[in-house]
Design a protein around this ligand. Structure first.
Ligand code: SAM
Length: 246
């Protein structure tokens, strides 16, 4: 059954009122009609089975037929601080990371990013990323929409992450500590901040800055993963290790 994220205001007293492009998608693309049903998600942790009552060019009116609590969010909150990537690779990380169960993404401008500056993260690009996350969350049946934070410089991201949780920076130069070792002392908050470098990796001074902010370097093993692979592999391993992936 089709799933759509809506704002909480769209559902009131078992009545549904939807406006905007999603109405066009439902009516003209999916060709749904009065009597048809779909699932609504409003970021509250609940899902609603709704039946279309009327639909015209701009407004869909429906009624809630069933409401249930969703149990699809991991108990561990993983925030991926991802070095900015060229082309569509960042889109890929957002889509797959949302499916895996990442709670938040923070684009990071690292020294070796092929992307020039924070200005490269335009409002239009953020809007496109938001659409990718919404679509992936609908497909995955997520109860909560992953958040995309404002793009940050690496040092600021280390400071920001230091506000709470266990912060890890997978680094190919780390030989002693593996990911599993680092997960031995999980904070009660079960919050994990995961720093992944851009295509060119992290500079030595960035690893030093990370250590200064108690961001712990870890190895992901002897094979070098592409930047767009490493965050997904590490997040999946963390969620699996902490019982959030089956
Ligand atoms: N230095 C890499 C190389 O020689 O190709 C480039 C960096 S790698 C493509 C991108 C990021 O993935 C790294 O900054 C790191 O965060 C992570 N990464 C990839 N493989 C890793 C590994 N085996 N152990 C730890 N981190 C890894």
């Amino acid at each position: 059954m089709h799933r759509f994220f809506v704002s909480p205001q769209a559902i009131r007293d078992n009545r549904v009122v939807m406006r905007g492009t999603v109405v066009h998608q439902i009516r003209d693309v999916l060709r749904m009609n009065p009597g048809d049903e779909f699932v609504l998600l409003d970021n509250s942790g609940f899902a609603y089975r709704a039946e279309i009552v009327t639909i015209d060019r701009d407004v869909l009116r429906g009624r809630v037929v069933e409401k249930w609590k969703l149990e699809t969010e991991p108990t561990t909150r993983v925030t991926l601080y991802q070095g900015l990537l060229k082309g569509q690779k960042f889109d890929w990380v957002l889509q797959k990371g949302t499916e895996i169960g990442i709670a938040a993404f923070v684009p990071v401008l690292a020294a070796r990013c092929l992307v020039g500056s924070l200005d490269d993260v335009s409002a239009a690009r953020m809007e496109r990323w938001q659409r990718i996350v919404v679509e992936a969350a609908e497909q995955a049946g997520r109860a909560a929409l992953p958040h995309i934070g404002a793009a940050m410089l690496f040092a600021n991201a280390c400071e920001y992450a230091a506000r709470g949780g266990l912060s890890l920076i997978p680094w190919e130069g780390e030989r002693a500590r593996g990911l599993r070792d680092a997960l031995q002392d999980i904070p009660k908050s079960k919050e994990i901040n995961l720093f992944i470098g851009p295509e060119g990796g992290f500079a030595e001074e960035e690893i030093a800055t990370a250590r200064d902010h108690t961001v712990v370097p870890v190895s992901l093993g002897p094979r070098i993963l592409r930047a767009e692979t490493a965050g997904l592999a590490a997040a999946a391993a963390i969620l699996y290790e902490l019982g959030d992936l089956g």
